[in-house]
Ligand binder design. Structure first.
Ligand code: DON
Length: 304
């Protein structure tokens, strides 16, 4: 497959300046990023890399981190996690409080904010130094010691994180948060603040294309069964109230973040990350969705 030729065509077909969408401003630090950034990186399981544009520039992964925190939490909690977080698509925005009250403080899934907050709560219960150990896990999966938190982004979100504070307090009132709410929020904001480029994200998510094995060493970090479940959650819940639209147009398990990144995997074949900060009304990158739709249409590589 001529992936580089196809990526070059995608780059030429998409003019980010002409597309609608707004850079996220509710985290003020994210509003500073240029709306015209656009990059894409694809890693194949055969070990080749294909890319264009700003694919080597770091950005805030935001909700994409929810897949990694879930992966680490499952190593400690296993099926006990599912007593505290459900596995159903929410059909609601990523920061919605509505279902949480109806459903007695049990989040619909681990890839919306409320679910990720419970996942962070379990990590705080299981780890001695959660921030350090989470970052070590990400570095291991990424195969890259240079990945780090962006403290400015974490602080910026903490200063404005009233909606997440409301959610964590509501869940605490239902007994579904076991640790101090400020500790949970601080850890959650740090996980979201991790900075990665498209190249680093695509490399990191190879584990989900490789049934839980690291591409470089072959080490089985996540079991095949766990990886299947995480990919299923990305497919059904990775894009909040646009998960159906992403499945319909792209047809791959994936995850978005309000930093404008999207990562998607095609099991046994590739992992791909795209970045363009202008978001549509559902909080997903406009150009990112389009680029991935072109990719799966042009390569015929959807899982469907
Ligand atoms: O909690 C928040 O609102 C952000 N740290 C993450 C949200 C996010 O990335 C949702 N993505 N589409």
């Amino acid at each position: 497959m001529d992936y580089q030729g196809i990526l070059d065509q995608i780059k030429n077909k998409i003019d980010c300046r002409q597309l609608s969408g707004e850079v996220a401003t509710y985290i003020p630090e994210l509003a500073k990023v240029s709306p015209d950034k656009f990059g894409m990186h694809l890693c194949s399981t055969s070990g080749d890399d294909f890319f264009f544009g700003d694919s080597n520039e770091g950005f805030s992964v935001q909700s994409i981190s929810k897949v990694l925190s879930l992966s680490l939490a499952l190593l400690y909690e296993d099926d006990k996690l599912w007593e505290r977080v459900d596995v159903e698509p929410s059909g609601d925005p990523f920061n919605s409080l509505v279902q949480l009250e109806y459903e007695n403080g049990i989040p619909r899934n681990p890839l919306i904010n409320s679910g990720a907050l419970v996942v962070c709560d379990t990590l705080i219960s299981n780890l001695k130094d959660p921030k350090k150990e989470y970052l070590e896990f990400v570095i291991k999966v990424a195969g890259n010691p240079h990945i780090s938190y962006n403290e400015k982004v974490a602080e910026s979100e903490k200063a404005n994180g009233f909606n997440n504070a409301a959610m964590v307090n509501l869940m605490k009132s239902y007994g579904n948060i076991h640790n101090d709410v400020d500790t949970v929020l601080d850890f959650y904001f740090h996980t979201c603040s991790v900075s990665m480029s498209c190249k680093e994200l695509a490399n990191t998510f190879m584990i989900y294309a490789n049934h839980g094995c690291l591409q470089e060493t072959g080490e089985q970090v996540l079991s095949v069964k766990r990886t299947k479940r995480i990919n299923a959650l990305m497919q059904t819940c990775g894009f909040y109230d646009e998960a159906g639209e992403f499945s319909f147009r792209v047809g791959l398990p994936g995850k978005s973040g309000v930093g404008g990144g999207i990562v998607a995997i095609y099991p046994n074949m590739y992992s791909v990350a795209v970045w363009s900060p202008k978001l549509n009304a559902k909080g997903n990158s406009t150009a990112g969705m389009l680029a991935l739709e072109f990719l799966t249409d042009m390569t015929g590589s959807s899982i469907f």
